[in-house]
Design a protein around this ligand. Structure first.
Ligand SMILES: Cc1ncc(COP(=O)(O)O)c(C=O)c1O
Length: 463
């Protein structure tokens, strides 16, 4: 029997030895997919997104989109016009760029991150730790520009992990990161979160267990979104970052290789109250151990897919080669737009508008939660980012739960919290949370969406 041709995404035509052609369903196994192709399942949120798009009457507070109304349309139009106005320089902008990114933009990024860390180091941190960031860690040649920070997260796995390797993640964490790791065949172990981020005590327990059961050599890094964490909104103070770095360092000898800290600062600039806190790059333990990922996408325009990383030099080279294989470099035009937005002050002006907008929207959501949610649920008030993380006592919130069915009946969507917990065989996955985003929702949807979820909860006798 030979496969004659593939005709649709789900059906193949198979010619039998008799010459007759029959139709057969395509499965991951008979479609000729690689093991990675087979492991790469649809992201859990795609079903929710499709549902929201297909039904006008649904309010979706599930996805982490950014505010549509305040996207910098006029600013971007002006920037492009400006960039392409000179026949002498425009062709360079429309040409391939360099693999690691525009050198001026890399300098700007490295310098901006160092200035932010220096400033934050001057402000009293929880725990009162002081540090002096080392200038050479924030070097332009340690910096790489990527297609959003998402591409860098992907390449970090490609650079450090083989299938079967272990990555430590906060419990809960950024759920798309879990999908990405699943695709790479990575196993996860959860590290408990407290109000100051990943618990260094639990990290030690997890590493000790790995040492005891012989899996420590497979542990490669700890992934931690430290600013207004997606999904909980928790920010990790500098003192805790140092503890995490120390704990990782203590297990390196037994692991037989460095244990890196991947600090995802995607929401750092979306802070609307409180002071900034230094990144782990500012620690004296950062050298050769911290991979810092950031983005311009959420604080400017998500459609301008420009993210960045500051990496140990020995990893920078490998990631740069991987990046070359991916795409020869991030879009030169988009990088020029960002560079110009930064040097003209348009980026910072827009950031301020956004911070004010999210401050307003989070307040609106808070008022709706206070007005319409039962008293028994709990949540933390975020100081930045795009999310509220709500805990429901004694009731599941997953796709098959009564609460989810009731919310669907009320025409509202939230992100079930269990999406954000890794498949960690060492503990039961909690299923009584919801992530609710005020990022992309209109003011009307925020108030009415929360009202509808409140009705759904009461319908399930949660008071
Ligand atoms: C925690 C976190 N990190 C990284 C990203 C990737 O964002 P981008 O690729 O737009 O930089 C996201 C997007 O939602 C996120 O929530």
């Amino acid at each position: 029997m030979t496969v004659a041709a593939v005709r649709t995404t789900r059906i193949i035509h198979v010619r039998q030895d008799s010459g007759q052609t029959v139709m057969k369903s395509l499965t991951p196994e008979n479609a000729g997919l690689s093991l990675m192709g087979q492991r790469t399942s649809a992201p859990p949120i795609s079903w929710l997104m499709q549902l929201a798009l297909s039904r006008q009457d649904i309010i979706s507070l599930a996805v982490g989109f950014t505010d549509n109304a305040s996207l910098p349309v006029r600013e971007t139009r002006d920037l492009i016009e400006d960039l392409l106005s000179s026949n002498a320089t425009a062709p360079d902008i429309l040409q391939y760029g360099t693999g690691t990114g525009n050198p001026d933009l890399r300098s700007l990024v490295a310098d901006r991150t160092m200035r932010a860390d220096k400033h934050a180091c001057n402000v009293m941190d929880a725990g009162g730790v002081h540090a002096t960031p080392a200038q050479d860690i924030y070097a332009a040649d340690a910096t790489i520009i990527t297609n959003g920070s998402q591409q860098l997260l992907y390449m970090i796995n490609e650079c450090l992990c083989d299938p079967g390797d272990i990555v430590l993640v906060e419990d809960p964490t950024y759920f798309v990161f879990l999908s990405l790791g699943q695709s790479h065949g990575i196993e996860f172990r959860g590290v408990q979160l407290d109000i100051h981020g990943a618990s260094h005590r639990h990290l030690e327990e997890v590493l000790e267990n790995a040492k005891m059961n012989g899996t420590l050599p497979r542990v490669k890094y700890l992934y931690t979104p430290t600013y207004f964490q997606n999904p909980t909104g928790i920010t990790t103070p500098f003192s805790r970052k140092i503890r995490l770095l120390e704990t990782l360092r203590n297990y390196e000898k037994d692991a037989g290789h460095p244990l890196y800290l991947v600090e995802d600062a995607a929401y750092r600039e979306l802070r609307f109250s409180g002071e900034d806190t230094p990144s782990s790059l500012a620690s004296s333990l950062a050298r050769d151990r911290v991979i810092y990922t950031g983005t311009f996408s959420k604080p400017f325009a998500t459609g301008i897919r420009v993210g960045f990383g500051i990496l140990p030099h020995h990893l920078h080279e490998t990631i740069a080669r991987i990046k070359g294989n991916h795409d020869f470099g991030t879009s030169n035009l988009l990088q020029h737009i960002l560079r110009r937005a930064l040097v003209t002050g348009k980026y910072d002006a827009h950031l301020q508008t956004l911070q004010e907008r999210y401050s307003f929207k989070s307040q609106l959501m808070l008022e709706a939660l206070q007005n319409y949610f039962p008293n028994s649920v709990s949540y933390r008030i975020p100081k930045g980012g795009l999310y509220f993380w709500v805990e429901i006592p004694n009731a599941g919130t997953g796709l098959n739960s009564d609460v989810f069915a009731s919310a669907l009946k009320q025409n509202v969507l939230y992100l079930p919290g269990d999406f954000c917990f890794a498949d960690d065989p060492t503990r039961t996955k909690p299923d009584n949370h919801m992530r609710i985003s005020f990022g992309g929702a209109t003011d009307y949807s925020i108030t009415n969406g929360i009202k509808r979820i409140g009705n759904a909860l009461r319908e399930c006798r949660i008071n």
